[in-house]
Write a protein that binds this ligand. Structure first.
Ligand code: MN
Length: 426
């Protein structure tokens, strides 16, 4: 299914007048405060978030999986879904492939299709948390950390294979997330598991092309429930540091214990030039993989405040690889992604409104009340007209969710693909 520009214009015409009124009102208010609105909109237009190839189907839990119908059953169809998302939102201009779930059969066709949809290939993700049908060794007791050298070698080779697939598509980074760890005390020797992981990562790093980055993700628990080898940002930082200049930590919002101060983690990693990637989702209890901003939008804003500060001040930190890493258990995945992209843009726009000079002055005077007011004034600004304007002038929908429903996109996809087509992956 393809959405024509005229379809988007039709749906936009319904809300154009009220959008223009609210945009002019907000732009006037911000201009009077000395905010450069054009600059802000240019930054919002530029901000692109990668969609992982596993996010277009219904997710699930260990208790079950409920299809949303008309799911993309091939990589081509997944790209088409991201194309739909991108034309509506103008912020989903990249795909992050998961290997082996989404190995292209014909690289040229896939590249041409992505090109025609204006989609780039972002980080490639390896998978050593599942056994594949033909694999010789099992990851049941770990992959890069395994006590068996044969298992470690298989996992290292898989990561190298993933790099080679990424090279053919134009990706520039490899994301490594390990499920390695232990379920019971005494099961693992912590030092051996760490050392093996470090050596394995170094072997992979050796094969990394010069213009590539390796992103090391951490997670405190699950699927292992007693320990994980790369449990936190400090462990990921140590491993990245040991590998070299092109290895970085990757922060996934859901991969923290409750109440962790994620904004502080982000800030210090950027100070050290070691934050390479960022995975968005939201959670109430653990790695819940809920829609971005649905539970803790203020925490997301505080994190973005540090990201914006870091992007402006920590010049040695590389450009970040942004990706949504969520699961869609009861929502239409495309609608869920539209909501997530909106929440990300909102938090980003609000963080851009924080007057960093004013904040610094208040901090230097120890004016704690003023510090809070500065942050909360930015947070309480309804920035939606700015985001809508950025989307509108890029050719997107003023209200993507409304457009998605008005254009009956899911119904069309079900007609095209059949009701029971199922996405590969989770
Ligand atoms: Mn992640």
């Amino acid at each position: 299914m393809k959405i024509k520009q005229s379809h988007i214009q039709d749906t936009n015409s319904k809300s154009l007048q009220s959008h223009e009124e609210s945009f002019d009102f907000l732009a006037d208010k911000l201009n009077n405060k000395g905010v450069n609105v054009n600059n802000l909109i240019a930054k919002l237009k530029e901000f692109q978030v990668a969609i992982p190839s596993w996010a277009l189907g219904a997710g699930g839990t260990r208790f079950g999986r409920f299809s949303f119908y008309g799911e993309p059953s091939s990589l081509e169809q997944k790209l088409e879904d991201i194309g739909l998302l991108n034309i509506l939102t103008q912020t989903a201009g990249a795909i992050s492939l998961h290997i082996p779930w989404d190995i292209p059969e014909d690289y040229n066709t896939i590249k041409e299709l992505a090109n025609s949809l204006d989609i780039k290939f972002d980080a490639v993700n390896s998978n050593t948390f599942q056994d594949q049908k033909k694999s010789k060794e099992s990851y049941k007791y770990g992959s890069l950390s395994n006590t068996s050298e044969a298992v470690r070698q298989q996992a290292i080779q898989h990561n190298i294979d993933v790099i080679n697939i990424g090279k053919k598509l134009g990706s520039k980074s490899l994301t490594v997330w390990l499920a390695d760890g232990s379920c019971f005390p005494g099961q693992n020797n912590f030092q051996t598991a760490f050392q093996n992981t470090q050596d394995s990562l170094k072997s992979i790093y050796k094969e990394l092309p010069n213009d590539w980055k390796m992103l090391i993700e951490y997670k405190p628990f699950e699927p292992n429930f007693y320990s994980t080898v790369i449990q936190d940002w400090g462990t990921s930082f140590m491993l990245a540091d040991e590998c070299g200049d092109r290895a970085f930590s990757l922060v996934d919002l859901g991969h923290h214990l409750p109440n962790s101060n994620i904004e502080q983690i982000v800030s210090i990693l950027m100070l050290k030039g070691k934050l390479g990637g960022f995975h968005f989702n939201d959670s109430k209890y653990g790695d819940d993989d809920l829609t971005v901003g649905c539970i803790k939008p203020y925490a997301l804003f505080l994190i973005f405040n540090e990201l914006v500060y870091g992007m402006e001040n920590n010049t040695r930190n590389p450009d970040l690889a942004w990706m949504i890493d969520a699961s869609h258990n009861i929502k239409d995945p495309i609608e869920d992604l539209i909501q997530s992209l909106e929440a990300i843009q909102e938090a980003y726009a609000k963080a851009l409104l924080v007057d960093q000079n004013e904040l610094k002055m208040a901090q230097n005077k120890n004016d704690v009340v003023a510090c809070q007011e500065i942050l909360q004034n930015a947070y309480r600004t309804d920035v939606r007209p700015l985001i809508q304007q950025a989307r509108f002038i890029s050719g997107g929908a003023i209200n993507p969710l409304q457009a998605y429903r008005l254009l009956n996109i899911r119904e069309e996809l079900i007609k095209e693909r059949g009701r029971h087509s199922v996405a590969t992956g989770l």
